[in-house]
Ligand binder design. Sequence first.
Ligand code: BTN
Length: 241
Amino acid sequence: MSIFWNIKKHGIVTSTQDILKEEVQNGAKEGLVIVAESQTKGRGRHGNQWISEEGNLYTSILLCPDFAPRDISHYSFIIGLSLFKAIEKTVPKTGQMSLKWPNDVLLEGKKCAGILLESDSFGTGDKRILFVGVGVNIKSFPTGKIGLEAIARKDIDPMFFLELFLNEIKKYMELYDIEGFSAIREQWLSHAAYIGKTIQARFAKTTLEGRFIDIDAQGALILEQADKKRIAITAGEIFNI
Ligand code: BTN
């Protein structure tokens, strides 16, 4: 199944996720892509704010695939890999780029892009709506993060980057349709940050420590603790220690 992209460009918005949700209320179809120059209420994961100054990419993409609810996380890996490939093409010969579980892209160990995946059911059955929110630091970035231009040492047009990114999404959605999550998982793992290393997984009230050894068929991170006990982690944030 091929997706046709329909890109709608905005100036300043609250959040591209809000605009996309309004469009869905008005009957928007799969493939609608909202882009904004800046956001006043950009949202990140875990209820964080996403600082959204002009010059970076802020986009929300409407996908309506057939999938079992338990497989929703597969899409965050598909989108993460697509971002990785688009960045690789934009910032060639970049020193070090990796994917941090579950779906951040790191350049030289610092976050340059994030994904916010929200979903809604759509009638009955397995048809669901995915609101894929993506922010890429291109020109500016908050303290402790990084932007593409800082590494590439050249100007990068957010719309040019978006085109590359959408092409990659199409390719990876097709690969997923044909070969399933195993092909995505394999490629994702080949770029994974901290794989084989001792990490901390931090949650609201606890922290777990162990070796990051794998991701499972649902995309959960497999942590092996000192006593060799393995735990599947489905939420939280990981840190290299
Ligand atoms: C993260 O916390 O890593 C996810 C950040 C997602 C930010 C993007 S910017 C475009 C879209 N609109 C939003 O309000 N958030 C997402």
